[in-house]
Design a binder for this molecule. Structure first.
Ligand code: NAD
Length: 440
């Protein structure tokens, strides 16, 4: 076995390898904490000074990280953070966890990956492995990262350093599966890179590590996972629209379908897609597919259905208000939940923001309450929510619209005090008195 590879494997095994995590967000911070807890000296990098300062003070800002874990590993000197990329030169294992959003035209904005790779390349040392964890189009690792790293460092991939892709699968708010116990896929540029990256993840994580034959396979499998969800949610949304027209309860239909023990997985309708992954990642593939003269059809169709959902919510609300002889203009609306999914504080791409925007455009008077989010920023504006709910506040509204199914909300109490409710998430399924509740 070549000496450099053996040295790196030894450092992983005896926990003397130093880990660098680039990007300390929803993905990077939990990963950095797991690496440090497993016994690796870990350095987190972020361009946001506030995050760096918080980590160095042992203060947590990510829901899936346990406050005490962070505090203890920082105190023990196992985790520190910095914005100074020159410190990357001391790392053996570098994980890139920076954002991969879309631009205004739904095209990949790969600039965060590119910028952080350029920085790494300046300080990359022989004998290091770089692993991209950000979700991206197939080909990114070999077509974008590899040349940047080789050019910037003067080193040769597979000879002087290793490169791999390993998609992150963290599911914020999931009580069962965390970074530690979620299986991981690894695909290296060459077998050695796969073996080294897999060894590192095995030493830290409890889940199975699947060794893919290339970074492209690993990149594509992540896109498949998220496209599968995007399209199935699109199907659930379309079924919801049809069911409403036919006077059939979609939620009951799904419960019935779920009794089939094979061949069916339940997906649920809602006010639209949200989060940093499911609404965005499929477009990384559609963009890349065009290079091969292929136009992804299911992704586009699903996008059409899902993107229309906030507008559909307004349409249904206007029908409800119409029954009370109320126009949208001037109606008092309470939006319950702006997070893109239950029990988390993340509102990125949340459809609730579009529902609010739509209501505002029709002249409705909108207030929102979210037990996890006091204010949000949308298209350069800051929107401040209610700090608490009261029976009076709820009762003065013409309509309450449930847009997130948070579990720490007293829905019986909401029902009792509301004039009328439109529940887009079936969050109130356990409420017995239902005279004033309509579901999506
Ligand atoms: N959030 C999720 O649930 C989730 C799940 C699976 C995969 N992913 C993927 O993981 C990646 C990261 O997502 P996230 O949710 O953690 O994003 P995030 O925005 O929460 O965190 C990214 C961090 O990277 C930092 N950053 C940006 N540019 C940087 C640079 N040049 N150098 C150093 N730091 C930089 C940002 O300041 C931010 O703190 C994305 O590709 C996303 O698609 C996210």
């Amino acid at each position: 076995m070549n000496e450099m590879k053996q040295l790196l494997l030894d450092r992983i095994e005896n926990k003397t390898a130093v880990v660098a995590v680039i990007g300390l967000g929803y993905v990077g911070l939990p990963l950095a904490v797991e690496k440090a807890k497993a016994g690796y000296r870990t350095i987190g990098f972020d361009v946001q000074k506030e995050k760096v300062d918080m980590v160095n003070k042992g203060k947590n800002y990510i829901g899936d990280v346990v406050d005490r874990d962070l505090e203890e590993i920082v105190k023990a000197g196992m985790l520190s953070a910095t914005s100074d990329f020159s410190i990357v030169s001391g790392a053996d294992f570098i994980a890139i966890c920076v954002p991969t959003p879309l631009d205004d035209y739904k095209q990949p904005d790969i600039s965060y990956v590119e910028n952080s790779t350029v920085e790494i390349s300046k300080y990359l040392q022989p004998g290091t492995i770089v692993v991209l964890e950000s979700t991206t189009y197939p080909g990114t690792t070999e077509e974008l990262l590899l040349p940047i790293l080789e050019e910037g460092s003067g080193l040769k991939c597979g000879v002087d350093f290793y490169l791999a892709f390993s998609p992150e699968r963290v599911d914020p708010g999931n009580l069962l599966y965390k970074t530690k116990n979620t299986p991981k896929v690894v695909g290296g540029v060459g077998k050695d890179a796969t073996e080294i990256a897999a060894a590192m993840y095995r030493s830290v994580l409890e889940g199975e590590i699947f060794e893919a034959s290339s970074p492209r396979v690993a990149e594509m499998e992540k896109i498949l996972e998220n496209t599968y969800r995007n399209i199935n949610i699109g199907l659930a949304n379309e079924m919801a629209i049809i069911c409403n027209k036919m006077g059939i309860d979609i939620w009951e239909v799904i419960e019935a379908a779920k009794t089939k023990p094979y061949g069916f997985q339940a997906f649920y309708p809602g006010p639209g897609l949200g989060g940093h992954c499911i609404p965005l990642d499929p477009y990384y593939l559609s963009w890349k597919a065009r290079e091969y003269d292929y136009h992804t059809q299911l992704i586009e169709t699903s996008g059409i259905i899902n993107d229309a959902m906030p507008g559909y919510v307004i349409e249904r609300c206007s029908h409800i208000l119409n029954r009370f002889k109320k126009p949208l203009n001037g109606s008092k609306i309470l939006i319950l939940g702006v997070a893109y999914k239950q029990d988390i504080d993340d509102y990125r791409e949340s459809p609730a923001l579009k529902v609010i925007e739509n209501f505002n455009s029709f002249g409705a008077e909108v207030e929102f309450f979210d037990p996890f989010i006091r204010e949000y920023r949308y298209k350069g504006e800051v929107f401040i929510g209610l700090s608490a709910l009261s029976a009076e506040i709820i009762h003065e509204k013409d309509l309450v619209v449930v847009t997130t199914a948070h579990t720490n909300v007293d829905y019986e109490w909401i029902q009792k005090n509301s004039k009328y409710i439109f529940d887009t998430k079936n969050a109130m399924k356990n409420v017995i008195v239902r005279d004033n509740i309509e579901k999506l």
